[in-house]
Design a protein around this ligand. Structure first.
Ligand SMILES: NC(=O)c1ccc[n+]([C@@H]2O[C@H](COP(=O)([O-])OP(=O)(O)OC[C@H]3O[C@@H](n4cnc5c(N)ncnc54)[C@H](OP(=O)(O)O)[C@@H]3O)[C@@H](O)[C@H]2O)c1
Length: 257
């Protein structure tokens, strides 16, 4: 499958911060290894220890349920000064240190899928063994597929809700807006374009103007106009509350994993 690892490596290669000869990736099946070699033109390994043997920074890009198995496999090969970067929800620095060893440098991150288009948002934190300089080096690597920000570990589960999983809520919002446009006669492909570009532009306005989202919303709502009518219905249907409750449920689930 190889979804997130693929996005990360594509971004890193395009940034030219790290060259292809300095990257190696492992996967479980021949099929994925062939795909990696063909698409990314980097070295591949059939064994995870080969990756640990080669790299200074190792990303564990497997599903959370495989972390224990992969860590058990590489534990004995991890060197001093090597940095292990995790991207799995729920795997705390304490849990990771227990499984890998108390002397291992670990950076725990929470990425998101817009990394596929180099617009990812990643939260990251480190254990005490990682220096600020090392954290900055890994942050620079991660910024080749989006934005990255250091947060205390206590906020990593919150990152899962606000950016790790939120692309799914935004996709649902885009789909719903497009469905409404289709219901009112717009062709579907055109409806997705209008809805998605509106979300992209609105997000950019929040980031670039520095204005409060409420103020930006007020700017669009003319008295007695069409937009405030839509806002009234969204409030009536509990849109904000639905988003808050959904995101809190997501964070809770992440904490339980
Ligand atoms: N998908 C996302 O957008 C996203 C977003 C945020 C965070 N994440 C996190 O990213 C991590 C990876 O997710 P994903 O969606 O990219 O998973 P994925 O598509 O299932 O890819 C996982 C890759 O790991 C390989 N793999 C599995 N077991 C392995 C083993 N024992 N040794 C070596 N390689 C092994 C698989 O190889 P084969 O293909 O050969 O089986 C596959 O290529 C997860 O922790 C997830 O929570 C993902």
């Amino acid at each position: 499958m190889w979804k997130y690892g693929n996005s990360m490596i594509k971004g890193i290669l395009d940034s030219k911060n790290v060259s292809a000869e300095d990257i190696i990736a492992s996967a479980k099946t021949d099929k994925t290894r062939e795909k990696i070699q063909k698409e990314l033109k980097i070295a591949v390994a059939a064994h995870n220890w080969e990756v640990v043997d080669f790299a200074d920074v190792v990303f564990l890009a497997v599903k959370p349920q495989y972390y224990e198995e992969v860590i058990a496999e590489i534990k004995g090969d991890i060197r001093e000064n090597q940095i292990i970067v995790t991207i799995a929800p729920g795997k705390t620095l304490a849990w990771l240190a227990e499984k890998m060893g108390a002397n291992v440098k670990i950076i725990r991150t929470m990425p998101n899928t817009p990394a596929m288009v180099k617009e990812g948002m990643m939260g990251m934190c480190k254990n005490d063994l990682v220096t600020d300089e090392e954290l900055q080096q890994v942050k620079t690597i991660c910024e080749s597929f989006g934005k990255a920000e250091v947060v205390p570990e206590s906020l990593i589960d919150v990152v899962v809700g606000v950016s790790g999983s939120s692309p799914a809520y935004v996709f649902m919002f885009i789909e719903a807006m497009a469905d409404a446009a289709v219901a009112d006669g717009m062709p579907r492909a055109q409806a997705y374009k209008f809805a998605a570009q509106s979300v992209l532009g609105s997000a950019k306005m929040v980031l670039e103007t520095g204005k409060h989202p409420g103020e930006l919303k007020d700017m669009v709502c003319s008295p007695g106009g069409t937009t405030i009518e839509a806002v009234r219905i969204l409030e009536e249907k509990g849109m904000r509350s639905a988003v808050i409750e959904a995101s809190k449920a997501c964070v809770k689930k992440g904490r339980e994993m």
